[in-house]
Design a protein around this ligand. Structure first.
Ligand SMILES: Cc1cc2nc3c(=O)[nH]c(=O)nc-3n(C[C@H](O)[C@H](O)[C@H](O)COP(=O)(O)OP(=O)(O)OC[C@H]3O[C@@H](n4cnc5c(N)ncnc54)[C@H](O)[C@@H]3O)c2cc1C
Length: 305
């Protein structure tokens, strides 16, 4: 992991930095990565992406919640999002974080909340992706995903992070479920005891996960902006006769938009993860950490603004 990346992720906890960025951030920097502060603002963005041939998912930004009542409000908000997607005929599904649904309070609470949303999505013919968060949540997230699948829900997927040493075993354990998995490199600050510190190792692990997942039953969402990995996916799929319907590319709103459209033109499914909501601070900080050049872009906008 680059030193700058660790510094940005660690600095994200500073209250002073938070105050500064929250005050100046949305119009100046965050709007590049976030579709708006409200669902009403996000809908036209999702429609525009759909009109360009891109699939989308959306997320109501937010992660830590304090009590059960707060998680109820998040569940109600997501029910509203799913209903709105249906009403607007958007090609959009939902990606959510279990800590937003109460995972840090009680695993059963998060399980009940996500099950309610998965059922609601199923009634509407839609799909729910459970994002992967810090390593301390991986076991519970995979348990919840497994319980959902074992109780018959098909319209749910989760995420595996290639920077964690454990992930190849996690993938092997999930394969009998014919899982729907998004593969990512990993966006959090993790210690070298459990995660590869070197980018080369993270990338090599990604290739191994990708090849195993594509060669197995299930669906693989290749979530990366890394062109080498994208081209590797395409040639691996071609060489092994893996149908285009068995995988899709996923990228973040505001990152590599031309590459997204190029892949659509080449006939691949591309989904753009397009979050919204007033709680955009931590999401923005992870995007800045992934590419420290983004910090310069952000600071330049603040100075110009
Ligand atoms: C759809 C999607 C969902 C994700 N979900 C999760 C999740 O649930 N849990 C999790 O831990 N992580 C998640 N991530 C984040 C992921 O773990 C990485 O942090 C992120 O994708 C950057 O890694 P990369 O694969 O793009 O490769 P990198 O090697 O980091 O980047 C490759 C190239 O992409 C470009 N790039 C990458 N990031 C940015 C950026 N922020 N701004 C501008 N250019 C950039 C740069 O040109 C860079 O050279 C998700 C990513 C995507 C695309």
């Amino acid at each position: 992991m680059s030193a700058l990346r660790s510094v940005i992720l660690a600095a994200a906890d500073s209250p002073r930095l938070q105050r500064f960025v929250r005050r100046y951030g949305f119009q100046l920097g965050a709007a590049r990565f976030v579709a708006g502060e409200t669902l009403d603002a996000a809908v036209p963005v999702l429609r525009r992406l759909n009109d360009q041939g891109l699939l989308t998912n959306t997320t109501l930004l937010g992660e830590g919640v304090r009590d059960e009542a707060e998680t109820r409000a998040v569940v109600e908000a997501y029910r509203g999002v799913l209903d709105r997607i249906e009403a607007e005929s958007l090609r959009t599904n939902v990606a959510l974080k279990l800590t937003h649904l109460g995972l840090s309070i009680d695993e059963e609470l998060a399980q009940r909340n996500v099950a309610e949303l998965v059922k609601h999505a199923a009634r509407l013919g839609n799909f729910v992706r459970i994002d992967m968060e810090e390593s301390s949540h991986v076991d519970a997230t995979l348990r919840i995903y497994r319980r959902l699948r074992e109780s018959g829900h098909q319209n749910v997927g989760t995420v595996l992070q290639s920077y964690l040493f454990r992930t190849e075993e996690d993938l092997a354990a999930l394969l009998p479920l014919a899982p729907n998995l998004r593969l990512v490199k990993g966006a959090y600050l993790e210690p070298p005891e459990i995660a590869y510190p070197d980018k080369g190792d993270v990338d090599a692990a990604y290739v191994r996960l990708l090849e195993t997942s594509l060669s197995s039953d299930g669906f693989t969402a290749v979530a990366t902006h890394d062109e080498t990995l994208i081209e590797h996916t395409i040639s691996f799929a071609r060489e092994h006769g893996i149908a285009k319907e068995r995988f899709q590319f996923q990228m973040l709103y505001g990152v590599r938009p031309r590459l997204q459209l190029d892949l659509v033109r080449r006939g691949f499914d591309v989904l753009v993860a397009t979050p919204y909501g007033p709680e955009w601070y931590r999401y923005l900080m992870r995007r800045l950490a992934e590419r420290p050049a983004n910090v310069l872009f952000f600071l330049r906008s603040v100075v110009r603004g």
